[in-house]
Design a protein around this ligand. Structure first.
Ligand code: HEC
Length: 117
């Protein structure tokens, strides 16, 4: 009886370990989300329009309320997350209801296509 229980316990421990490794292991880097529009001229043009209408007021030199996005060190994924969710307790608004993830990727593709406006 005890040995059966031990067996079940061991099997359970194994699957848990495998699941944990799959999540935390090297495979994870393959799942990094990156901007699918980088380098695409049409998307970059659309992104520029969105940047000019929705971001520049705060992030451009004249606004100067937010940091210079052309110098951001965020990863693609962090950029997307920041724009969709905003930053709590700062003036950075959440755009999740106004912009789709693709809209945000296009702004990001525009920003990555040059060093300044
Ligand atoms: C009302 C002003 C305002 C508007 C509009 C705005 N931002 Fe921001 N944004 C900020 C501020 C302020 C911060 C700095 C937040 C902090 O202190 O962490 C910020 C931070 C960010 C960051 C993090 C930068 C980094 O390197 O950490 C990103 C990315 C960003 N904004 C993207 C955008 C995009 C894209 C738009 C347009 C769709 C936009 N923001 C519109 C005010 C604004």
């Amino acid at each position: 009886m005890t040995s059966i229980r031990l067996g079940i316990l061991a099997a359970f421990a194994c699957t848990t370990l495998v699941a944990w490794l799959a999540q935390a292991g090297p495979g994870r880097s393959d799942e990094t989300v990156t901007d699918p529009f980088l380098g695409q001229a049409e998307a970059i043009d659309e992104g520029e329009l969105t940047y000019r209408s929705k971001c520049m007021g705060c992030h451009g030199k004249a606004g100067a309320r937010g940091p210079n996005l052309f110098a951001t060190k965020l990863t693609d994924e962090q950029f997307l997350e920041t724009v969709i969710n905003g930053r709590k307790n700062t003036q950075m608004p959440a755009f999740g209801l106004r912009l789709s993830p693709d809209d945000v990727w296009k702004v990001h593709a525009f920003i990555k296509s040059r060093d300044s406006l």
